[in-house]
Design a protein around this ligand. Structure first.
Ligand code: TYD
Ligand code: MG
Length: 446
């Protein structure tokens, strides 16, 4: 008997391979390949049928603009991230670590918008658990319809009969179609269910938001095509040990991407933070060496953050270089720049770097603050806490200009900063902050 032809598919991202592989080249997960039979129908040759031409192509100028109505959720931070509210008929994905507050955020939207009819498909919790949580945030829930049925056709039927303003799927990994034999959460199920939901969203103009799990690396789990299919991808991030939460827009077909919203997890649910700089600056004006303040941009928002460095003699042969909230390799690079270009020595010293408040930053404008914190701690000299440091540090020891200097300085002025160390741009835009000097070379700083 002829051997059955098979192929291998990654259960995490849907990558296909003719052979079994230990690590998936698509998502780098281990041990996710499983064997699948090649179904004969798929290999049948298709003849191109030219008798039915389908819809004719039309000129772009003749295309009618659809109704792109925005639904405001009254949660300003949420609306801002979406570029002015949910677009009616849009199909979105919200990802985030377990327990970060995705379900809470959705209930909060229901709470803030009593006029919005929401259908909530609760695949992860029972209706009574949802009710309990709703009690915590003070939601009475007249506008919220909860269903625990996660068979995709039931979901679609419910949506068709209720016609909600917003359909929330919590989560797409719990949805399944009984026509497929695989388990909920498998690539086939996620792909099939989201394709069906997308059709309904577009055809019936039902705004749909799917909640998705994330992998260990923080990417949204499930097939990559999920991200291609949806109009908007939102990511809810934060640190388990801290209360702040960042809602980030990674993809947006209807507005700017990379916008962020800031929330704080409180006893009574998520609270909007309209002034995040206050959240990330430490309350005390502490006069310890190694602290320095910078302003990073998150989307179009300037946020003041405090960089803390500690340089202390190492008791081991190989000194430690530890960074939290900052790229470790970038820290090593900046130390090397200081050693080579400014003649400082970190040999035999442990270096610890921390971004206060648990924030993770990647804006190169923070380089100058990191460098000044490193020098401050090494020399044990305090940096003035009303001075702002912004600038990208190059390998030659030069300080480069950053984007949005005016916004950063304006935010600094608002938070009571008096001086700014920046590469040369006009000080008259500084709005109350005086430019201290051009930091052309790092050793000038101290
Ligand atoms: P949840 O929305 O269940 O997270 P996800 O759906 O992303 O898995 O968030 C649950 C966490 O939020 C839980 O650890 C408790 C906390 N929480 C509060 O601190 N205050 C509240 O009012 C609520 C509702 C939850
Ligand atoms: Mg949840």
């Amino acid at each position: 008997m002829a051997k059955e032809k098979t192929y291998f598919e990654c259960g995490s991202c849907g990558h296909l391979s003719p052979k079994w592989l230990g690590v998936c080249p698509g998502c780098e997960e281990w041990n996710t390949f499983s064997e699948k039979k090649i179904v004969k129908e798929h290999t049948k040759k298709h003849k191109i049928d030219i008798s039915s031409p389908g819809d004719a192509a039309i000129r772009l100028s003749e295309v009618k603009l659809g109704n792109r109505e925005r639904i405001s959720t009254n949660l300003q931070e949420f609306d801002r991230v979406l570029g002015g509210g949910l677009t009616r008929g849009s199909f979105s994905l919200l990802g985030g670590d377990p327990g970060i507050g995705k379900s809470t955020l959705m209930l909060q939207v229901a709470h803030k918008c009593p006029g919005l009819k929401i259908l909530y498909i609760a695949g992860e919790e029972s209706a009574s658990q949802i009710k309990q949580r709703a009690g915590r945030i003070g939601l009475n829930g007249d506008n919220l319809y909860v269903s625990s049925s996660t068979e995709v056709k039931h979901v679609i039927n419910q949506a068709r009969s209720i016609l909600p303003d917003l359909l929330v799927i919590d989560s797409i990994q719990t949805l399944f179609s009984d026509e497929l034999s695989s388990l909920p959460g498998s690539v086939q199920q996620v792909r099939e269910c989201s394709a069906l939901l997308q059709q309904i969203a577009k055809k019936e103009n039902i705004t749909t938001l799917m909640i998705g799990h994330v992998t260990k690396e923080g990417d949204i789990a499930g097939p990559r095509i999920l991200e291609h299919m949806v109009d908007t991808v939102l990511q809810f991030e934060g640190d388990k040990n801290h209360l702040y939460r960042l809602l980030r827009c990674v993809k947006n077909r209807f507005g700017p991407a990379q916008e962020v919203g800031v929330f704080e997890m409180k006893e009574g649910g998520l609270e909007e933070v309209s002034n995040p700089s206050a959240l990330f600056l430490s309350d005390t004006t502490n006069d310890v060496s190694g602290n320095s303040i910078t302003c990073i941009m998150e989307g179009t928002r300037p946020i003041l953050v405090e960089v803390q460095a500690l340089v202390s003699p190492s008791s081991y042969g190989t000194p430690q270089r530890t960074a939290s909230g900052f790229d470790q390799r970038r820290l090593s690079l900046l130390i090397a720049v200081l050693e080579k270009r400014a003649g400082l020595s970190y040999t035999g010293q442990d270096v610890y770097l921390n971004i206060a408040g648990g924030l993770k930053i990647s804006d190169p404008a923070a380089d100058l603050a990191v460098v000044s914190a490193l020098v401050s701690s090494l020399k044990d000299r305090v940096v003035d806490s009303s001075t702002l440091f912004i600038g990208e540090v190059g390998l030659g020891g030069e300080v480069r200009k950053v984007s949005f200097p005016e916004q950063r300085l304006r935010e600094a002025a608002k938070m009571g900063m008096k001086k700014a160390v920046t590469p040369n741009f006009k000080a008259d835009v500084a709005d109350g902050v005086t430019e201290m000097k051009t930091a052309a070379f790092i050793s000038d700083l101290f």
